[in-house]
Write a protein that binds this ligand. Structure first.
Ligand SMILES: Cc1cc2nc3c(=O)[nH]c(=O)nc-3n(C[C@H](O)[C@H](O)[C@H](O)COP(=O)(O)O)c2cc1C
Length: 184
């Protein structure tokens, strides 16, 4: 099965985006994938804001990208685009850090007016970094994600949509066998 890096670009300590990602991570693990979570907000601010490419935390994050077969990129929509925090990390990675990788872009937002932010803002950045295959992404409204607590962090309708894009990502990584096993 595949090695997957699951990156949350939210700066919030009570992030809905991160909760949504952890929900997706659980499904990917049940399908047999090895999932490593990475919260950009846990990286040193001085390294991110000071463009410290050589900081050990940045080189370690770079290595996590290098080791991954697949990458889940999750971001809140801020000002009609992805978060500045996410971009601060992407800017410190090698230009082609996503070469050969399959990528699942996910976003959360407060308004359907920005449902296309993944496609007009994030997808071009991921392409420029050499992603081999960017599968269909998904935008989830924040009102469909519980702030904290509860058995499921997302509403049933949101969960179903996420299952579909997650399974397409898993299939693209060659996870169909594991997916069928998980379903059975
Ligand atoms: C500074 C800021 C800017 C935002 N801008 C937008 C926006 O332009 N479009 C939108 O749909 N939602 C916007 N939102 C709402 C967030 O995208 C939404 O609540 C998201 O789920 C928050 O995720 P988080 O808890 O992981 O930070 C904004 C929220 C904040 C705090």
């Amino acid at each position: 099965m595949a090695a997957i890096l699951s990156v949350s670009g939210s700066p919030s300590p009570t992030s809905r985006t991160t909760r949504l990602l952890r929900h997706v991570d659980d499904r990917l693990r049940r399908q047999g994938h090895e999932v490593t979570p990475l919260e950009v907000r846990s990286l040193p601010p001085e390294a991110l804001l000071g463009a410290d490419f050589a900081h050990p935390a940045i080189t370690a994050a770079t290595e996590l990208f290098a080791q991954a077969d697949g990458v889940v990129i999750g971001t809140p929509v801020y000002k009609a685009a992805y978060s500045g925090l996410l971009k601060s990390l992407l800017d410190l990675l090698p230009q082609y850090a996503l070469t050969g990788k399959t990528v699942l872009p996910l976003a959360t937002g407060g308004s359907t007016a920005h449902v296309l932010a993944i496609d007009y803002a994030l997808r071009p950045v991921l392409s420029s970094m050499g992603a081999a295959h960017i599968v269909q992404g998904w935008f989830t409204l924040d009102k469909d994600i519980a702030a904290e607590g509860g058995a499921s962090p997302v509403t049933p309708a949101a969960a179903l949509a996420l299952e579909q894009v997650t399974d397409q990502f898993s299939d693209a990584l060659g996870g169909r066998t594991g997916r069928l096993a998980a379903a059975g």
